[in-house]
Design a binder for this molecule. Sequence first.
Ligand SMILES: [Zn+2]
Length: 494
Amino acid sequence: MKRALTPLVSLVLLTLSACAPRVTEPLPAAESPPSITPTLPQPVDATPSNSPEEIATASLTTSEVTHTSLTHYHLAVELNYAAKTLAATQTISYTNNTDLAIDSLPILVPPAEVEGVFLLTAIHTEPASLHTETIMDRAQIDLNFNPPLAPAQEVTIHLEYQLRLPMRYAAPGYTDRQVLLADWYPLIPPYLQGYGWLINPPGWVGEYLVYPLINFDLVFCLAPSPNNLVVAASAPVLSTQEGCYHYSSQEVRNFSLAISPYYQVTAAESELVTAWAYTFPEHAPLGKRAADLAIEAWATFTELYDSNGRGFLSIVEADMFDGLETDGLIYLSEWYYQTADPSPQNYLELLIVHETAHQWFYGYVHNDQAQEPWLDEALATYSELLFYEVLQPQLADWWWDFRVNTYDPQGAVNASIYEFNQYRPYINAVYLRGAEFIHALRREVGDPAFFAGLHNYLHTYGINDNFRDSTDFFSAFEGVSGADLTVISGDYFQ
Ligand SMILES: [Zn+2]
């Protein structure tokens, strides 16, 4: 589906692409193909041009890595809550951090995956000397540069657009008591050395976007009447003025929000993190418990995994079918609140711990959520067990039975999201078999090497900085153990 861009500033030459839509259409639910071939990005045709110096410095420690030219997003947004529409002005300051000249810069537009939601009204780039051609094809804008954008050269992209939010149990979207904003603005995907732009299509299950670290500034205004609306966000509000909220985040994956007139707000704080819980009124008593638990989980994972460089978390009850992690904000289905008993043995507790762990395995380091979802999901799931082992070891057996064994999980741990069109088999293979695999790995190498390997995985920087793939995972453990990990993985991987 092509979409005309109007109006366009004069510097932009609009070309309608003649190629087929690049994003795979969702498959009919009635069909259950065992495998779906995703539309994968093509590897760059240039030879990976890692200089000897780059290779020599491929294993830097955290303190040695600086993100001097992260892409910076600056958004000014007005949400009309009553109309469920949003108008945005967005500036993206991008530096070509690759060592190749870029003749085409992709900008992903996740909200455009739902037809009729996203309307681009203007786009132009600076410097004006860049001759730019703009192509929008379904949910992606390609900016073609002539001459190409040289390594280290900067470009500023100005976008104006509107969102007409869809009514649905998902984000971005709304129900009669909330607006959820995740994956709601145009973004530049990661560029991996030796591979190219990492772009995935949506699947039936799981997440498909991959987020490089960014800096993000947002002025978020409610209009026309902000009176009773509560805004949850990925970062603490810096200032408020006349219905506008100012936020700023550095070195994060993304920025999400939730808005509702019904949210009850509770906070808890430690020396490591501030947690805000947003619950619907009927579950207000669970807000404090949620915030306290997140604080506890944060302390436990800081002890186990070291700091993740973050210090804020919003926990949002949502009209959603499950939980969803984003950087600094996690959504949890109201079902988890409805079914929470007073004990620690329920899904509300498990999911708060799980989503908190994602602030390490997703936030601090990141992976291809579509092709290798096990890297963050199996590790976040196994982190639930580690949390119980530390704080309530008598519940470890319960955790295995309740979370894993009852489902008799089957399937390949390293399956991609495209191999599933139902949620349960995906969870069983990637999350639960994934947890079994990590447990088998731990038993094979022993606790000291296991935790040293996890630390290596999180904190040893490779050629692609804070991005991880399965090779990085196994390298992290091979560095601390003489065990032949291929034997273990053979039982779990395809
Ligand atoms: Zn997860």
